[in-house]
Design a protein around this ligand. Sequence first.
Ligand SMILES: NC(=O)c1ccc[n+]([C@@H]2O[C@H](COP(=O)([O-])OP(=O)(O)OC[C@H]3O[C@@H](n4cnc5c(N)ncnc54)[C@H](O)[C@@H]3O)[C@@H](O)[C@H]2O)c1
Length: 301
Amino acid sequence: MKETDFKNQVVVVTGAGQGLGRAYAELFASRGAAVVVNDTGFGEDGQALADKVAEFIRASGGEAVSIKESVAERDSVKRIVEGTLQRYGRIDALVHNAGIVRDRPILEMSDEAFNNVLNVHLYGSFYLLQEIHPVMCRQDYGRIVLITSSAALHGVATQTNYAAAKAGIFGLVQAYKEELSGRNIQCNMVAPLAVTQMTSESINPDFHKFLKPEKVAPMVAYLCSKECTFSGCLYAAGAGYYGRIGIFWSNGVYFSNDTVSIEDIAENLEKISDMKNSTHISSSIHSARKFMRNVFKQINS
Ligand SMILES: NC(=O)c1ccc[n+]([C@@H]2O[C@H](COP(=O)([O-])OP(=O)(O)OC[C@H]3O[C@@H](n4cnc5c(N)ncnc54)[C@H](O)[C@@H]3O)[C@@H](O)[C@H]2O)c1
């Protein structure tokens, strides 16, 4: 099989100063990409994390530059994009991986904690897409991966802010993929699991050695490669597991009577809720067809 390479490609990885982002940045660099290592964080020695990773990549024979601007504000996102273009002239791939958590039970969740998390994950995604979209359209090429989380899909107590932000990314990508139709730009998502400074305290130490960020990186890199020709998909990656996560609708129940009562719902709830033989719904047209099947049947009868 032909080896996937990123030679002559420029890849921006946000939050690449440590953890998962660092693993992504190092994999891209090892396959020939010029990597923009974006991160606002600092190590205990006072050195910027982004500088450290960019230096490490260069010392290993790769090409990298650090940009220490925040993804959480419009103007600094503009500087990430402008800085990349000034240095390398193009952006082939973006991985928006930067992240924070500010966990609190709902009644203790301040507006500030809620907004800060949304700003980094969701508004950061929005700003980055808006600033990078024209660049990728000019190139007629681009690959984007936004990082979400299983916490958004299934919920973790104390993470209403994080779940809302990460679920928002899912919706953002579904709408954005429709706007990409016909272009050679693909946008997908990854829900990772790995031990990093964000997760190490919540994961049993016995499992740490199995949950390396390097195990997530190949999935992200594939979705950023020329080989990836689809959009709107969400993949799970971690501990050696790689799988797709989709939206399934139950077969449900169609009532053809003009009025439907609360009791009709109550009596049929088991059937309405039954996920056996459910259908994967991958677009809004597909979902509209699901709603309208009964209507079309009645019109055509
Ligand atoms: N580790 C997991 O198991 C896991 C699970 C699900 C989702 N995620 C997501 O994966 C991503 C990476 O997580 P991680 O575990 O490597 O965490 P991490 O804390 O090790 O790395 C996140 C990095 O983002 C940087 N960052 C934070 N705010 C920023 C900003 N405004 N601008 C630029 N950089 C900023 C931080 O300085 C940090 O270096 C996050 O989006 C996280 O929510 C991680």
